[in-house]
Design a protein around this ligand. Sequence first.
Ligand code: G4P
Length: 289
Amino acid sequence: MTIQWFPGHMAKARRQVQEKLKLIDVVIELADARIPHSSRNPMIDEIVTSKPRLMLLNKADLADDKKTREWIQFFQTKGIKTLAIDAQSGKGMKQIVEACQGLVKEKWEKMRAKGVVSPRAIRVLIVGIPNVGKSTLINKLAKRNLAKTGDRPGVTTAQQWIKVGKELELLDTPGILWPKFEDQQVGLRLATTGAIKDTILNLQDVAVFALRFLSTHYPVEFKERYQLDEIPDEIVDLFDEIGKRRGCLMGGGMVDYDKTSELVLREIRGGKVGKLTFEVPSDWENSHT
Ligand code: G4P
């Protein structure tokens, strides 16, 4: 499986984020709590060198709570302040302001020492890969509905600051970074959670990955959702059982594997199978941050 990867896009996105960094005090990096490693830009550490960073694991409502705690621990031991949030409902978001205040404390103290009586609001940039929830988070923080900005790195609009209470000012256009399909696993995880479009990878390959993952890591939830007494060893038998049970059939009563794949992935993405996390810190212990 080869995934098209555009180095030109990457370089441009990187330049745009670096431009914005000049204006801000804190970077909020958004990752998907279900795939906290695969949903990051692998060069983020090189891109954001000089600014304090807050990591938000978004869509925590869909992720395995125990694994989310492990991931928070993992990032914190690497020195990155991390919170789990659900930007759709706003859960976990109350702590964002306080976390940002903690991150600029030293800088603000220095400003006070120089005689700045009341330092200004903390200026924040949100960065993350497409679909991770950047617009949802900005809207929730701003308490209003802003149009979603384009995902193409070439799109430029006039930048505006959005006030979040008295404490924060948010750049209205987030920094869009791209995931990198370092290996097949990363691509499959991004596809399973819906971070990349279904046309990029073969749908059945993604479903095979997802079904195998659920069989191994979440057998109880998986069996319950699809009313399976046992999970068949052969993947084709598993497709057949689910397809038949859920009526994903072609003419002649044969199971339609594309339809079955679509159904299973839709249900996984929508949280119907349970709260799922598709990677654990030990998968990535020796990689960057
Ligand atoms: P982006 O700006 O980073 O590209 O992402 P965006 O906010 O557009 O969010 C992408 C999708 O993820 C949206 O769903 C959004 O509703 C959903 N989302 C964002 N945050 C959360 C969260 O914390 N939990 C859950 N469960 N979903 C979240 P969509 O299907 O594209 O649109 P819609 O369903 O909102 O209409």
